[in-house]
Design a protein around this ligand. Structure first.
Ligand code: HEC
Length: 99
């Protein structure tokens, strides 16, 4: 018989590992898409030309990426870069929001 305490501990461990996996996925997607080159490793860009994305509202980031992709928002750099994030918008946004 596994004690109730042990069961809770196991469940908590599973939840923590899943959430760190999701986080790692977001970082991987952000790195693979080449975003860090301009916006910084964790979104804390030090270059005034490139906006800081760390701590930004995830829904806002997703909307901006989709707007760049659809052409509603235009920028010579980001219109192209946003296409690298297709299908990963939410994952990347969650990662940045947590920085
Ligand atoms: C070559 C440099 C460069 C790269 C690489 C780049 N960006 Fe950007 N990003 C910019 C610039 C410049 C802007 C500001 C555009 C503007 O003035 O509208 C911007 C703006 C943004 C914004 C809007 C921020 C706001 O406050 O509205 C988001 C979100 C964003 N980038 C996400 C990303 C993601 C995600 C990636 C990777 C797929 C990425 N960027 C890659 C240069 C870059």
């Amino acid at each position: 018989m596994i004690s109730i305490r042990r069961k809770i501990l196991i469940m908590m461990t599973v939840v923590v590992s899943i959430s760190s996996l999701v986080q790692a996925g977001g970082k991987e997607a952000y790195d693979n898409a080449g975003c860090a080159g301009c916006h910084g490793a964790t979104g804390k860009s030090m270059i005034p030309l490139y906006p800081r994305l760390n701590g930004q509202n995830a829904a806002y980031i997703v909307k901006q990426l989709k707007d760049f992709q659809s052409g509603v928002r235009k920028d010579p750099v980001m219109s192209a870069m946003a296409k690298m994030a297709v299908g990963k918008e939410q994952e990347i946004a969650n990662y940045l929001a947590n920085q």
